[in-house]
Design a binder for this molecule. Structure first.
Ligand code: F6R
Ligand code: ZN
Length: 191
């Protein structure tokens, strides 16, 4: 079956999506470098949404392209900007991101520990190569909205990033963006 669909930014949805996931701050506690500051925000503001995504997931014959829309809200935990959990694809599969609204970046890390980042803003296409872990960070004051597409057989591995984090933290210091070494990151084989 062929089809086409429109991204409606004002309604923030992709028609015919199969999956809508809302990720709350409490579930991200261990991902931030200062988890105790997550507790402070939870006390003050409750369990706010950090990001959500609408995804069209395909099942069936052949390798399809899953695609969707992520909305990452602005905010910080201490100096660290709001971000997605981040993951590796289980199969070495690339991904395309297209910025639609807001200001941010994609932090990427290869399996041998190289870190690179690319800006993500309106009309920018970012290529995430196979074998690179990736996390999106909202460095702006408004929501960051982006489109993504990846092979349907890619699979998602969240465990490595959950356990070890990325080698770099994305911080705001004196009103400016800074990538700092992550003191909790321990380099080990495979990431
Ligand atoms: C899919 C992908 C994005 C993210 C989404 C949420 O491969 O990279 O669609 O899944 O932006 O981030 P995570 O999955 O890290 O919670
Ligand atoms: Zn991905």
């Amino acid at each position: 079956m062929t089809f086409s669909t429109k991204i409606d930014i004002s309604k923030l949805l992709i028609e015919n999506y199969t999956n809508h996931r809302v990720v709350k701050l409490s579930s991200l506690k261990e991902y931030f470098s200062e988890p105790e500051k997550v507790d402070e925000i939870l006390k003050e503001r409750g369990d706010i949404t950090v990001y959500e995504y609408y995804e069209k997931i395909f099942e069936g014959e052949g390798v399809n392209l899953n695609f969707g829309l992520t909305i990452l809200y602005p905010g910080k935990v201490g100096k660290e900007y709001f971000m997605t959990r981040g993951h590796f694809h289980e199969k070495k599969a690339a991904e395309i991101y297209v910025g639609l609204e807001g200001q941010g970046l994609i932090l990427m890390q290869s399996e041998d520990g190289r870190v690179e980042w690319q800006p993500l803003d309106q009309n920018r296409v970012v290529y995430v190569p196979p074998g690179w872990g990736h996390r999106t960070v909202n460095t702006g004051k408004e929501r960051l909205v982006f489109f993504f597409a990846y092979p349907s057989d890619a699979g998602h591995d969240y465990e490595i990033v959950r356990a070890k984090g990325f080698a770099k933290l994305v911080l705001e210091e004196s009103g400016r963006l800074r990538l700092a070494d992550n003191p909790k990151y321990v380099r080990a084989r495979g990431f």
